[in-house]
Design a protein around this ligand. Structure first.
Ligand code: CIZ
Length: 306
């Protein structure tokens, strides 16, 4: 680390104390951002942990919908995001208006909404799910329900494959970073690392997941690597996760399945922006109370499934 960076990190730590702030870092963040975070995790883990701390300020290093989830669960805290432009193309593939219109066509459908959505979309949903608990959330619903699963069609297809007999109607959204990966990328990576196990995120296409040894969320992939007996792993999710994988498993090797697995929105958050955000406590993430009150119900219904 350069001297300038060391000074910046020291300043961030000082300001954090002064502001009584907690820094939350998503697994897809730059390594130096993950390293200054108080908690590193997936979006829901971070928001749930933050809600139970005495901190007055949550500095969310991730994309906008994640900071919104923190604001939904911690209305009494100030939520700050270092770059307002850190969006999520998947979250932008559904609006509350479009969801309402689809729902009115389907009448009886139960809306299951992936956590990668805006608070306004969550407010129009019956229940939220994550990539870790999607199958469990679907199984918690009455067996004869028609389920409208939004917005990730790949995750929806994978959840449906884990829940035989359930009827899921899928929204046509996708994460451009995961969805661009093709079976050829995995076959090439396997050729280069024949001993490695393939661990893939369910936002990947079904034909890619079919080539994986295990399919899981970010925290699932971390668990598979921690508990697995293999020494080498090909990782099919955003490259930021490799930082935690390597930290937790110094004796194991991790290879990114493709150099294209980089989310430019996640990488918008830099140490400089973290420092500025702490200094000015801006930009803030604020959710209108009527939206928050309905969004929190959908999140709490998910938490009630365990
Ligand atoms: O919700 C999250 O944190 C994301 C984007 C993925 C995951 O698998 O945890």
């Amino acid at each position: 680390m350069t001297e300038t960076k060391r000074d910046l990190v020291a300043e961030i730590k000082r300001l954090k104390q002064e502001r009584s702030a907690l820094i939350l870092g998503h697994y897809y963040q730059l390594p130096e951002v993950q390293d200054i975070a108080d908690f590193v995790g997936d979006s829901l883990e971070l928001s749930c942990r933050a809600a139970t701390t005495p901190a007055k300020v949550l500095l969310f290093c991730g994309v906008y919908f994640m900071a919104e989830t923190a604001a939904v669960l911690s209305p009494e805290k100030a939520v700050v995001i270092p770059d307002l432009q850190a969006g999520c193309p998947l979250a932008a593939m559904i609006t509350p208006e479009a969801l309402k219109a689809k729902r009115s066509q389907l009448r009886e459908a139960v809306v299951v909404t992936y956590v990668n959505t805006t608070a306004a979309v969550k407010a129009e949903s019956d229940i939220v799910c994550t990539s870790a608990n999607g199958p469990k959330v679907v199984r918690s619903l009455p067996p004869d329900s028609t389920i409208l699963f939004v917005p990730d069609r790949n995750l929806g297809q994978w959840v449906a494959s884990q829940c035989p007999g359930r009827r899921l109607i899928l929204w046509d959204g996708y994460c451009p970073i995961h969805d661009q990966i093709r079976p050829e990328d995995i076959l090439q990576a396997k050729k280069e690392h024949p001993e490695a196990q393939v661990l893939a995120h369910p936002e990947c296409r079904p034909e890619v997941l079919a080539l994986a040894d295990r399919v899981g969320s970010t925290s699932g992939i971390l668990r598979f690597a921690r508990e697995g007996s293999a020494r080498e792993y090909i990782i099919v999710t955003e490259e930021g996760l490799l930082h935690q994988l390597r930290k937790e498993n110094p004796g194991k090797e991790f290879y990114l399945a493709s150099p294209r697995l980089i989310c430019p929105d996640m990488k918008r958050i830099t140490l400089d922006k973290v420092y500025q955000a702490l200094r000015f406590l801006e930009p803030r993430v604020e959710i209108p109370a009527p939206v928050r009150e309905r969004a929190v119900l959908a999140v709490k219904r998910m938490l009630a499934t365990g």
